[in-house]
Structure formats: structure tokens, C-alpha cells
Design a protein around this ligand. Structure first.
Ligand code: UDP
Ligand code: MG
Length: 331
């Protein structure tokens, strides 16, 4: 293998109430870092407004091991915001993003790094080949979501894709260039393009703690994906509207003809009531779709920051760190 000594790698790790998982993760990463002596590491933990002792733990790790850096949010802004903040302060030539709960095996990192060095790729992403250990309903809903979004969006969202990937600097800069407020990373990583190699691994359970994603939270996250990467539902509303207009036109014709030929018996009000219910339901549904997009546009136009830093070990927010290139600093 060629001598690539001197590469810098930042690993972005979002943490939300992860006091139990962090030590396990850190130990695993120490082993990985030992196996990659040619790389200068920076572990960027992003404390997403945890209410347990996550931040204290991160501070202690920072004191003991300068490779561990942390950012801490003023409240819980969500994993997407944590990923963005981490990518923004990452200074490495290579940047990885991974979960702290060991569901993204740190042991894959050397292989991912090797691929970027030796093959012509800009990023190595991972997907899980199985969903073992996940509740049935959840798997079913996830599968349906991927099928649906890939039908209506031009950006391919890979089924089972994890937010575990390693990227070269130019791809990271492209991702940072997308400073939208409503973030859906799985779509953003695809949207920016570049050559990505996919690695598969078997699903592993959490090492400690509990998942932070309820079905409700996942549902709203999937709406983020749909409205962020497809405008097809807006056209759907229009298509349904047109179909119903045409249908009602024919129905009116039928009623007129019937009245002229057979007179006008006062019957059929229950069916009329049903039709009114159905049509107004469809109207509300369509308005809801428009409302979804409108609300996203509303939030986007406010230009609110994606996250607010409370404190960090890496200097002030937005400050240019050695080696880091920012195209935009909207947050
Ligand atoms: N996470 C976060 N903010 C949140 C929720 C989750 O930073 O509001 C982090 C969490 O600490 C973990 C990663 O995102 O490192 C994935 O979360 P989790 O394991 O709960 O999700 P799952 O693997 O069940 O999809
Ligand atoms: Mg997890």
C-alpha cells in the first residue's frame, strides 16, 4: 500500500442522552484508531441537548484525550442538526458520520478508508441488508416509505441506508453548501452526487440505551423526506382535483338527462350526503398537502439557524478552523 501518512479524519458522532453508549463506542474507536496509525483522528461528538450526563462525559474525555472534541447544543435540535453542526466544524480531509450506539460498526472504518484511498470514489456509504431485531410494524412502514419515495422522487433514497459514511472533503463541502432548514440527510447525500460505493452489513442492536425514534417521530421524518425531495404530491392534488371535476361534470349531465326524461323524484339524499363527505374529504386532503409544503417554505424563509451552540471544545461557532473550508455559514 502507498504511504498516505498525514491524512486527517474527522468522525462526527451525534449523541442524545447516550451516557451509557459513549464509553463503549469510545473503546471501540480507540481500537480502530490504533489500527490506523497513519491517520490523524478527530472524534467530534455533538451533544444534541442531552439531559443526562452526556456532556460531562464528553468534557472529561476531551480533557483526557485531545482527539475527542465536543459541540453542545442549547437544546435538542434533532439528529439532522447534529450531523450538520458536526460536518461544519469537521476539519479533516476525510469526514465520517456515525451513530454512537454501535449500530454503525466502527470496525468497518478502515475498509471504508481503504476504498477511498485506492478506488475512485468520493464517498463510501453503508446500508443494512437485514432489519432483524426491529419490530415488524416498523420494518413494514419503513419499507413502504422507501418504495413510495423512490416512485415519486428523482433523488434515489436507498432502502436501509444508514447515516454511516465516509466522505472526501469536496463532498463534505457540497453537503455543507445545502444549508436548508428542513434537513433529510439521506436525500442530501444523494442529491449532491459524487461517486458513492455502498457496503452492506447485518443489522446490529443497540449496545445500550433506547432508540430515540418513535414511530410518530419517524413518520414526521419521512414527511420531511417526501416534501424535501419531491413535489409530486402537489401534482397529485391537482390530478385528483381534475379527475373529480370531470366525474362531477358527467354526473351533472346524467342528473339533467334523468330529470328531463323521468321527472325529479326527491330521492337519493343519502348518496348525495356521501358524495359531499367524500369530495370535501379529498379537498381537505389536498389542502393538507399544500399546507405541508407551505409550512416548509415558511420555515425556510425565516432563515432560522439550524442549531444553536451552547458551548464547544472547538472554538466559537462559525469560526474557521485550520484546514476547514466553508462555502456558506448560514447557521
Ligand atoms: N440522536 C440525536 N438527536 C436526536 C435523536 C438521536 O443526536 O434527537 C442520535 C443518537 O444519539 C444516536 C443516533 O442519533 O447516536 C441514532 O439514534 P437512535 O439510535 O436512537 O436511532 P435508530 O438507530 O433507532 O434509528
Ligand atoms: Mg441506533
Amino acid at each position: 500500500m502507498k504511504n498516505y501518512a498525514g491524512s486527517r479524519m474527522s468522525v462526527v458522532v451525534p449523541c442524545f442522552n447516550e451516557e451509557e453508549a459513549i464509553p463503549v463506542y469510545y473503546r471501540a474507536m480507540c481500537r480502530v484508531m490504533k489500527d490506523m496509525p497513519e491517520v490523524e483522528f478527530e472524534l467530534l461528538f455533538v451533544d444534541d441537548g442531552s439531559s443526562d450526563s452526556t456532556l460531562e462525559l464528553l468534557k472529561k474525555m476531551n480533557e483526557e484525550d485531545k482527539r475527542c472534541q465536543y459541540l453542545s447544543f442549547s437544546r435538542n435540535f434533532g439528529k439532522e442538526a447534529a450531523l450538520y453542526a458536526g460536518l461544519k466544524s469537521a476539519s479533516g480531509d476525510y469526514v465520517a458520520t456515525m451513530d454512537v450506539d454501535m449500530q454503525d460498526p466502527p470496525g468497518l472504518l478502515p475498509e471504508m478508508y481503504r476504498i477511498l484511498l485506492e478506488e475512485d470514489y468520493d464517498s463510501v456509504a453503508t446500508r443494512r441488508s437485514t432489519r432483524t431485531g426491529e419490530p415488524r410494524l416498523r420494518s413494514f412502514l419503513s419499507e413502504s416509505f422507501y418504495k413510495f419515495i423512490n416512485k415519486i422522487s428523482k433523488t434515489e433514497i436507498v432502502n436501509g441506508a444508514r447515516d454511516y459514511r465516509l466522505m472526501k472533503r469536496r463532498m463534505v463541502d457540497a453537503v455543507l453548501g445545502m444549508s436548508e432548514y428542513n434537513r433529510f440527510s439521506k436525500g442530501i447525500f444523494e442529491w449532491v452526487g459524487f461517486r458513492t460505493k455502498w457496503l452492506e452489513f447485518q443489522n446490529v442492536g443497540r449496545c445500550a440505551g433506547e432508540t430515540k425514534w418513535s414511530v410518530k417521530k419517524l413518520f414526521f421524518y419521512s414527511l420531511e423526506g417526501i416534501t424535501g425531495f419531491s413535489v409530486a404530491p402537489l401534482s397529485l392534488a391537482a390530478v385528483v382535483g381534475v379527475i373529480f371535476c370531470i366525474l362531477s361534470f358527467f354526473m351533472i349531465l346524467v342528473i339533467i338527462v334523468r330529470t328531463v326524461v323521468w321527472g325529479d323524484p326527491v330521492s337519493g339524499w343519502p348518496s348525495l350526503a356521501c358524495i359531499i363527505f367524500m369530495v370535501s374529504g379529498i379537498q381537505l386532503f389536498c389542502m393538507g398537502i399544500v399546507g405541508q409544503y407551505l409550512s416548509k417554505t415558511y420555515l425556510e424563509t425565516k432563515h432560522r439557524p439550524i442549531f444553536i451552540l451552547k458551548e464547544s471544545s472547538t472554538g466559537k461557532e462559525g469560526e474557521k478552523r485550520k484546514g476547514a473550508v466553508y462555502e456558506k455559514t448560514s447557521a
